[in-house]
Design a protein around this ligand. Structure first.
Ligand SMILES: CC(C)(COP(=O)(O)OP(=O)(O)OC[C@H]1O[C@@H](n2cnc3c(N)ncnc32)[C@H](O)[C@@H]1OP(=O)(O)O)[C@@H](O)C(=O)NCCC(=O)NCCS
Length: 180
């Protein structure tokens, strides 16, 4: 991954590519964050074996506090997972992970980005709304722990204008108006 994915936030967060020695901490944050954490070897697979996998972490003062995994399949980026240590939420770290990921994947050819999110997870939905994600579908009873529906969200027309906006730090023009 290129150095262009490195970013600093107002809370002095470094977003950098995930490394093999990050895996224990990554798995710990995953377990703190999800009722159905990924299987034990999933992050190792994404990092070392999946040619379409891109993995980042958020580091605050040497402490690993966040993670994101995306898949780039042809021209579609899929946010497979994103999580921030509960003690560090609400500080802009989730936003910085999404920004860094899209800044890396758009130049690699991503023209759209998609993800699934639990219907009840309004915090994550708010995060994605900042980036222009829109509701395009539902997957009924997608989550097997409680049979909750997944919302399928997409943002399209990624390209130079979107990249310029991502780098500008400006309030995004599509925040007013419709919300799912
Ligand atoms: C979703 C998650 C990654 C967000 O990370 P974060 O670092 O707290 O997010 P940020 O501080 O960058 O906040 C980004 C936006 O999310 C929304 N948000 C964050 N915390 C919120 C809260 N407590 N209530 C409502 N919205 C909230 C806001 O829209 C916020 O933007 P704003 O501060 O400009 O209003 C984090 O809450 C998390 O790890 N949740 C558990 C795992 C998870 O649900 N992952 C998503 C799976 S689809």
């Amino acid at each position: 991954m290129s150095m262009s994915s490195y970013k600093f936030t107002e809370v002095h967060t470094l977003i950098r590519p995930m490394r093999i020695d990050d895996l224990p901490r990554v798995q710990a944050i995953d377990e703190m964050s999800f009722s159905t954490p990924w299987p034990k070897n999933a992050y190792r697979y994404e990092l070392l074996e999946n040619p379409n996998g891109y993995c980042w972490v958020a580091d605050v003062g040497g402490k690993l506090v966040g993670l994101m995994v995306c898949w780039l399949i042809v021209d579609e980026a899929h946010i497979a997972t994103i999580a921030v240590n509960p003690d560090y939420r609400g500080m802009g770290i989730g936003k910085q992970l999404v920004i860094a990921g899209l800044q890396e994947l758009i130049p690699k050819g991503a023209q759209s980005a998609t993800l699934e999110v639990r219907a009840s997870n309004t915090i994550a939905q708010n995060l994605y709304h900042h980036f222009g994600f829109r509701l395009v579908g539902e997957r009924k009873q997608y989550y097997k722990d409680n049979f909750e529906d997944a919302l399928l969200l997409t943002v399209e027309s990624l390209g130079p204008d979107y990249l310029e906006w991502l780098g500008s730090g400006a309030e995004i023009p599509w925040l007013d108006g419709d919300h799912y």
